[in-house]
Design a protein around this ligand. Structure first.
Ligand SMILES: Nc1ncnc2c1ncn2[C@@H]1O[C@H](COP(=O)(O)OP(=O)(O)O)[C@@H](O)[C@H]1O
Ligand SMILES: O=C(O)C1=C[C@@H](OP(=O)(O)O)[C@@H](O)[C@H](O)C1
Ligand SMILES: [Mg+2]
Length: 171
């Protein structure tokens, strides 16, 4: 474990970052933040609206600012958004300021878990599976580059993942 107690969850849409992050924070007795929620609260608008009005680049600017601040807080659990690794500054801050956990999930599971949710603008397209596969090929090496812990979540329920993570982090 690094000097900071913070744990940063990374991985694709539907990996379970937001769900597992909240449960893990309760187990570790650390404060929980979800960078997407922080961005929405600060902006006073939801992510689809931000993408509509400011484009993906506007969202990425807001995300970089939020990640820089949140990773400096110390002793938190942070669920990031799936695209956080696309910016070098984010990768640098995450890997220097806490333990980075990659929640690894197949595209089939990502698809099943995100199918009914309209809040992910990148997936509101004709072929979300194609998009998830393309994103995976670009992002998977970047997740791996900064991960301290890699954990498979496909056939595991969130509570099992949390217990396993607790063991690995403390270990
Ligand atoms: N390990 C898991 N097994 C089954 N369903 C899961 C698991 N993790 C998350 N989910 C479900 O998948 C959906 C997306 O999870 P979420 O935490 O929002 O993912 P992320 O923040 O990584 O995009 C939610 O409905 C959640 O309940
Ligand atoms: O993969 C991405 O680029 C995104 C993932 C989303 O977060 P989740 O990974 O929590 O769904 C959210 O940040 C935004 O819709 C963009
Ligand atoms: Mg999330």
């Amino acid at each position: 474990m690094k000097r900071s107690q913070s744990v940063f969850l990374i991985g694709p849409m539907g990996a379970g970052k937001s769900t597992i992050g909240r449960l893990l924070s309760a187990e570790l007795k650390l404060e929980f933040f979800d960078s997407d929620k922080v961005i929405e609260e600060r902006c006073g608008a939801n992510i689809p609206w931000i993408f509509d009005m400011e484009g993906e680049s506007g969202f990425r600017e807001r995300e970089e600012q939020a990640i820089d601040e949140l990773t400096q807080m110390g002793s938190i659990v942070l669920a990031t958004g799936g695209g956080v690794v696309m910016r070098e500054a984010n990768r640098r801050h995450l890997s220097a300021r806490g333990t980075v956990v990659y929640l690894c999930t197949s595209v089939e599971q990502q698809l099943a878990r995100t199918a009914k949710d309209k809040n992910r603008p990148l997936l509101q397209a004709e072929n979300p599976e194609r998009i998830l596969r393309d994103l995976f090929s670009v992002r998977d090496p970047l997740y791996r580059e900064i991960a301290d812990i890699i954990i498979e979540t496909d056939q595991r329920n969130p509570r099992w993942v949390v217990q396993e993570l607790k063991r690995l982090i403390k270990g």
